[in-house]
Design a protein around this ligand. Structure first.
Ligand SMILES: NC(=O)c1ccc[n+]([C@@H]2O[C@H](COP(=O)([O-])OP(=O)(O)OC[C@H]3O[C@@H](n4cnc5c(N)ncnc54)[C@H](OP(=O)(O)O)[C@@H]3O)[C@@H](O)[C@H]2O)c1
Length: 248
């Protein structure tokens, strides 16, 4: 079977970075992708320090040609793509629905939705031809709940869940699985930008039954499970990892 090859977008910080390290520790080969050469090289050194065969490829997921090139280069380098984590995302701009603009809509949807569409399009092209593969998209609890003041972010993540289920149905017979992980509040740069103040962050924590913010590695572990053959009968599912936030 050989050592699996895993591609992660938006891999240079937060959950994506934690996922890269978690996949490396499980013995996978990795292609980490992001927009910044310096941070990409730093992550690459860390992964290779763990004894992992890894590459960094620069790509902005909003651009079809960059995502096509990313996937083509994975195949050129490793000859296969076993799992892909479509993690690149933005919190976009907060604000009331009445204050939304075409530009703020596009700034969020172009990365969170178009980026997921383009990533799946090129990943599925090679996975279907291989006859196997596993895609994990990254949603949010706001992918199945409303978020007052963050409606465009919530709408974008609802779209990610719809795309996940639809793609899963479409490709199931080819041996490819498509799922999503929906994190609750997780300690990353995005959460701090999203909450803005310590008070807002504390208010978010108060809605988490486990009484704390999640760590990126806790989301990474869910991603690694869904991507792996241990989840071989799971497709079209949204796996929520949120400390119980949406259980009630
Ligand atoms: N943290 C949470 O509480 C939470 C909760 C639910 C869901 N999520 C989701 O988890 C995922 C990871 O977020 P995070 O919390 O780990 O935050 P993060 O550290 O900000 O990670 C997001 C990553 O995506 C990259 N990115 C943004 N736009 C991109 C683009 N157009 N092309 C390629 N890369 C791009 C960012 O890099 P740049 O530096 O280039 O912008 C960054 O490395 C996101 O999809 C997010 O929506 C997070």
């Amino acid at each position: 079977m050989g050592t699996p090859v895993v591609l992660i977008t938006g891999a240079l910080t937060g959950i994506g970075r934690a996922a890269a390290v978690a996949f490396a520790k499980e013995g996978n080969r990795l292609v980490v992708s992001g927009r910044h050469e310096d941070a990409g090289q730093a992550l690459l050194s860390e992964l290779r320090g763990l004894g992992t065969e890894a590459e960094f490829i620069q790509a902005d997921v909003r651009h079809d040609d960059e995502v096509r090139n990313l996937v083509d280069r994975v195949i050129d380098r490793f000859g296969r793509l076993d799992a892909a984590v479509n993690n690149a995302g933005t919190e976009g701009q907060q604000g009331a629905v009445t204050a939304l603009t075409k530009e703020s809509y596009a700034a969020t949807f172009d990365t969170n939705v178009l980026g997921t569409v383009l990533s799946m399009k090129h990943e599925l092209r090679v996975m279907q031809a291989q006859g196997h593969g596993s895609i994990v998209n990254i949603s949010s609890t706001y992918g199945h709940e409303g978020a007052a003041g963050a409606s465009i972010y919530a709408a974008s993540k609802h779209a990610v869940e719809g795309l996940t289920k639809s793609a899963a149905l479409e490709v199931a017979r080819s041996g490819v699985r498509v799922n999503a992980v929906a994190p609750g509040p997780t300690e990353t740069g995005m959460l701090n930008r999203f909450t803005g103040t310590a008070e807002n962050k504390a208010a978010l924590v108060s809605g988490v039954p486990l009484g704390r913010i999640g760590e990126p590695v806790e989301i990474a572990n869910a991603i690694v499970f869904l991507a792996s053959d241990k989840a071989s009968f799971v497709t079209g599912q949204i796996f929520t990892a949120d400390g119980g936030k949406t259980a009630g």
